[in-house]
Design a binder for this molecule. Structure first.
Ligand SMILES: [Zn+2]
Ligand SMILES: [Zn+2]
Length: 413
């Protein structure tokens, strides 16, 4: 069975748990879902899986190549200790990749997709990047050197990813000792928060021990509710733009600066760092949590008809994706490419339908101030409106306004 097929089998479970979390939220009058945001997050997960079918050949190929040539002592896939060691080793490498993903701009450009949602629920877990294949593989090469067979590597990678699904919820509170040892809802909420005290914390995938060992652990504090999203809000439902947003900003700063070393530094420095000449000429406001909260979440209103169109298109996407992922390994390349393009095109159309023309300008990084005053308004759909009306305000007040940084810690996350 291919890993794409395992994802297909897991999808109904994911969707059922999302429906369950939504029902629990309604029952508790603490709904955390908006339809437009959930469609966008799940759509980005679909896109990352579809793109992953093509890029997996690249990442698994490179891993296998490294294993065949530099493994110090090939380990046996029949030993349970090898599996356990590989899982812990993978989780360790994941910690450093994830930490790099928040501290190195070029890596953040890929990882940002997971953080763009201004809500926090199980659909956020599915929100994954489509460009992680570019640099992510480098972080796992030590496992190839240690002799972890490609098959074991592929499966522990999947376990690490699937584990992280359940932690993306606000319906589960703190879990005592568990929160200090394992990635869990409470400590992962902290990871997704833009509040100063929570920024760049809790990177662990399964084990949170790495954060405590390497000084990046922060527990959730009830007095400081998490505010979700990124400090440079996406403010768009376009899945292509979601994947390109930070690359475009970095490329622009790198192009504009007159200082040659800075052209490279832009990509290696922490996100939000900008060359002095570029920051002086094209300044960006410093991040301010209060203003950020006042601006409200991105939530363009659309007609009920448009919502139905989006929902129908999305159902077609799910159907096509199931067919694609299940059969990808035996489809002709032209058919694979055609289906993939169709799926991505339909996802883009879903974004377009849920994002009125007036809001599309935000895509190109223009000042969205005029469009940000949406807090307190009911969305067109029940779930959307309910979220805002019943949630604790602080938990939902969210990103907006301030498009990223100046120089210091005013970066997106
Ligand atoms: Zn992260
Ligand atoms: Zn997460």
């Amino acid at each position: 069975m291919t890993s794409a097929q395992i994802i297909v089998l897991a999808t109904p479970v994911f969707l059922a748990l999302i429906a369950f979390e939504f029902a629990v939220g309604l029952a508790r009058r603490r709904n955390t879902y908006r339809l437009n945001d959930a469609l966008n997050s799940i759509g980005l997960g679909v896109m990352s899986q579809v793109v992953g079918v093509f890029t997996r050949l690249f990442t698994v190929g490179l891993y296998t190549l490294a294993y065949e040539h530099v493994a110090l002592w090939p380990l046996s896939a029949s030993s349970p200790w090898v599996w356990l060691g590989a899982l812990i080793g993978y989780d360790f490498c994941y910690y450093w990749l994830h930490r790099g993903g928040h501290r190195v701009a070029a890596l953040w450009a890929a990882h940002v997709v997971h953080h763009q949602s201004e809500d926090y629920n199980l659909s956020t877990a599915l929100r994954q990047t489509s460009s992680g294949f570019l640099l992510g593989w480098i972080f796992y090469l030590p496992l190839a050197v240690l002799g972890v067979p490609p098959l074991v590597f592929g499966i522990v990678a999947l376990i690490d990813l699937l584990y992280q699904f359940w932690v993306h919820t606000q319906q589960i509170g703190r879990l005592g000792w568990f929160d200090r040892w394992f990635c869990a809802p409470s400590n992962h909420r902290v990871h997704h928060a833009v509040n100063d005290r929570y920024l760049d914390k809790n990177y662990g995938g399964i084990l949170l021990v790495w954060d405590r060992l390497f000084g990046t652990y922060a527990p959730e504090d009830a007095r400081e509710p998490c505010v979700y999203g990124t400090r440079a809000p996406l403010r768009s439902w376009n899945p292509l733009w979601a994947n390109l947003q930070v690359y475009r900003d970095l490329a622009l700063d790198s192009w504009r600066t007159q200082a040659w070393p800075d052209k490279l530094r832009v990509w290696l420095k922490p996100p939000g760092w900008r060359p002095a000449d570029v920051a002086a000429k094209w300044p960006r406001p410093v991040f301010d949590l209060k203003r950020f909260q006042r601006s409200g979440r991105y939530d363009p209103r659309i007609s009920e008809q448009a919502a139905w169109v989006a929902g129908t298109l999305f159902a077609v996407v799910l159907l096509l994706t199931t067919i694609f992922l299940w059969n990808a390994h035996r489809l002709a390349p032209w058919l694979m490419a055609g289906l993939a393009l169709l799926i991505v095109g339909l996802l883009w159309a879903v974004g377009l339908v849920t994002e009125p023309a007036a809001d599309v300008s935000s895509d190109m990084g223009s000042d969205m101030r005029g469009d940000t005053r949406r807090d307190g308004r009911r969305g067109v759909r029940g779930a959307e409106g309910a979220a805002r009306d019943t949630a604790p305000a602080a938990a939902y007040a969210s990103v907006a306004d301030a498009p990223d940084s100046g120089h210091e810690r005013v970066r997106p996350r």
